[in-house]
Design a protein around this ligand. Structure first.
Ligand SMILES: Cc1cc2nc3c(=O)[nH]c(=O)nc-3n(C[C@H](O)[C@H](O)[C@H](O)COP(=O)(O)OP(=O)(O)OC[C@H]3O[C@@H](n4cnc5c(N)ncnc54)[C@H](O)[C@@H]3O)c2cc1C
Length: 369
């Protein structure tokens, strides 16, 4: 769907480079990876080099049913193929954006993306020996890293251990095998939780554990670990490494973040805690939104997004860790503490803005969003 002559790619005068910001991009390819995972590739109407650090993500800005929604997706492709970038999306049952993308985003469609951003990347943590651990769609950032090292003929010794539910759920299965056959310094190990009737499987079975890890990477203590997957998977990996005495300074992980469902659940927990706190006279604060139309009483230290959910206010949210800036709100009054990861500028902070996903309440507060 490129609307320019591909020879323009070779003309330095024609080629631009993107940087962190808001960009209009066009979907140029849609690839079905598994029954519930699809890759969407994007380009621009003119030749652009999409440089980013392997492991970083973009935040999509979409309008769905008349509402503006934002969600973050890791760039699964590698900057070694820089004229386009891809995201690989798994359908989440009942999920607004993942299902919308699967059902509606076609080649030729234009959308807005913010980024690229993210601290979880392999350029900021250089290493000679890497252990890439992923579960399910958490494969996307570590696949980008592996593709980068592979394509750039790097000397990095890579061990890639990916866990999936069943053999049919293994994302990038053939590519992982292909990469393993091409170079000595890439070894892929696949672990399936279970097999379905009719599926042959000769790889590892069950959940990743220390015995399995010792077979997969006997020298894992010497490796820089990059891990991404569902929360229970990452909790298990962290515990396993800690118990083995691994130096956790060399452990890096990406969480795909809190979902609205979690915020609602946490808000309910906070409401219970607030009730208990009132009973034991614990410090409470009053939060109000948008000209005090929506209010809630929450305990001191409550996260602003959760306080908003308690007051029935839905704040646009994406990364959940103060990187993407999607959840910016203005503090009209009150003491709100923020611990962000670069998703807000000094000017915005001077104007009273905070990123709600990584802010907590120290006093009564009035918020505009
Ligand atoms: C840095 C980062 C990178 C990511 N990279 C990827 C990636 O590479 N690939 C990928 O597939 N995903 C990735 N994600 C996750 C992605 O951003 C979305 O969270 C995911 O696609 C689900 O979004 P959704 O809109 O489909 O679901 P949502 O609409 O957010 O819903 C999620 C779940 O919550 C439930 N829910 C929603 N609202 C409510 C409510 N009010 N009450 C109760 N339950 C509710 C839904 O039923 C669903 O089960 C990444 C996230 C982050 C933060």
């Amino acid at each position: 769907m490129s609307q320019f002559n591909t020879s323009d790619f070779m003309n330095p005068m024609m080629v631009q480079t993107w940087s962190n910001g808001r960009h209009l991009v066009r979907c140029v390819k849609v690839i079905q990876e598994t029954h519930d995972v699809t890759t969407f590739t994007f380009g621009m109407n003119q030749p652009v080099l999409f440089f980013f650090k392997p492991g970083q993500f973009v935040t999509l800005e979409l309008e769905i049913n008349g509402e503006r929604v934002m969600r973050s997706y890791t760039i699964s492709s590698s900057p070694s193929i820089p004229y386009s970038f891809s995201i690989t999306v798994k359908r989440v049952p009942g999920g607004v954006v993942s299902n919308w993308l699967h059902d509606n985003l076609n080649e030729g469609d234009q959308i807005a993306v913010h980024g690229p951003v993210g601290n979880f990347n392999c350029l900021d943590f250089p290493t000679e020996k890497a252990l890439l651990l992923s579960g399910g769609v958490g494969i996307t950032p570590v696949m980008s890293m592996a593709r980068w090292w592979f394509d750039t003929d790097s000397d990095v010794d890579m061990v890639f251990a990916h866990s999936a539910r069943t053999p049919a759920d293994i994302i990038f299965h053939k590519e992982l095998e292909y990469m393993s056959t091409r170079i000595d310094n890439f070894r892929a190990h696949l672990i399936c939780e279970r097999t379905e009737i009719g599926q042959a499987w000769t790889g590892y079975r069950g959940y990743m554990n220390l015995q399995m890890l010792q077979l997969i990477a006997p020298d894992f203590m010497e490796r820089e670990v990059f891990c991404c997957g569902p929360e229970p998977y990452m909790n298990a990996v962290r515990t396993m490494l800690e118990e083995a005495g691994y130096d956790m300074q060399r452990y890096h992980e990406e969480s795909f973040g809190a979902t609205p469902a979690k915020d609602v659940k946490r808000a309910e927990q906070h409401a219970d805690e607030a009730e208990q706190a009132e009973q034991i006279d614990q410090a409470m604060v009053q939060i109000s939104f948008n000209d005090r139309e929506q209010n809630a009483a929450v305990a001191v230290g409550t996260n602003l997004n959760e306080a908003a959910a308690a007051a029935g206010v839905n704040i646009a949210k994406a990364c959940g860790v103060g990187i993407c800036g999607a959840c910016r709100v203005k503090v009209i009054s009150g003491d709100v503490a923020m611990d962000h990861n670069g998703g807000i500028t000094e000017e915005e902070m001077a104007q009273g803005y905070v990123l709600s996903c990584c802010s907590t309440l120290n006093s009564d507060a009035e918020i505009e969003c």
